[in-house]
Design a protein around this ligand. Structure first.
Ligand code: ARG
Length: 230
């Protein structure tokens, strides 16, 4: 009925691609979504008085889902880029990231982007890492839907390197990548993450207001510390 519809419209539908720990992921044997972005978007929803529903989607399906109205917001470690700004509106930045190169421990010849020329690079489809890999002369770029597949390709020796957001690579090295892989080189350009909404939607302002409040009242810091330490 009408009442249900009104309640329904209050739910904030957030889309995410959940193979991006520690920002969004699912613990083994759990269907729940956890991570920095998940805590933050739930806290933002709470601040706005809206329940948050998380929808699991392919990374390259997120912006189309905003535009078709299937979701209200992207909470998926999405870097704010000029290209994406043509299609969606971003909130204020909520985290500063940047890309890094991951190789197997036994790899001693790859130390920078330059060393990837002519090599095979494994990346997630639709990401800034995929764009960076495509810019390397002569490189063979293999794209995958999930980062589980991206890293598996490296450890199966079917790729020489992975290009991915540094904090995600660093987290992987403390988990499945432990003893197998390493990060090489400097972090590339800074990439701020933002929550994406429909172009020119007033939701961006509402999210910014809530985010500002969470920064003021210590809740943002609490969530940050939980996932990244001091
Ligand atoms: N920051 C990168 C980008 O915006 C990668 C994001 C991938 N996120 C994810 N949840 N899989 O392209």
């Amino acid at each position: 009925g009408g009442k249900d519809a009104a309640k329904e419209s209050k739910v904030l539908r957030a889309g995410t691609e959940p193979t991006f720990a520690p920002f969004e992921f699912q613990e083994k044997d759990s269907k729940d979504f956890t991570g920095f972005d998940m805590d933050l978007i739930r806290a933002i929803g709470k601040q706005m008085g809206r329940d948050v529903e998380i929808k699991n989607m392919g990374f390259d399906a997120l912006i189309p889902a905003i535009n078709s109205g299937n979701i209200d917001v992207v909470a998926s470690g999405m870097s704010i880029t000029e290209e994406r700004k043509k299609a969606v509106t971003f909130s204020d930045p909520y985290y500063t990231s940047g890309l890094a190169i991951i190789v197997r421990n036994d790899e001693n010849n790859i130390k920078s982007l330059k060393d990837l020329e002519g090599k095979t690079i494994s990346v997630q489809i639709g990401t800034t890492g995929a764009d960076k890999a495509a810019s390397v002369p002569g490189a063979k770029v293999k794209t995958f839907n999930t980062n589980a597949e991206v890293f598996l390709e490296l450890n199966n020796k079917n790729a020489d390197a992975v290009i991915i957001d540094r904090p995600v690579g660093a987290y992987f090295l403390t988990k499945e990548g432990k003893g197998q892989d390493k990060i090489v080189g400097e972090t590339m350009d800074a990439e701020p993450y933002g929550f994406a909404v429909k172009k020119d939607s007033k939701l961006a302002g509402e999210i910014n207001k809530a985010l500002g409040e969470l920064k003021k009242n210590g809740e943002y810091d609490k969530i940050y510390k939980k996932w990244f330490g001091e």
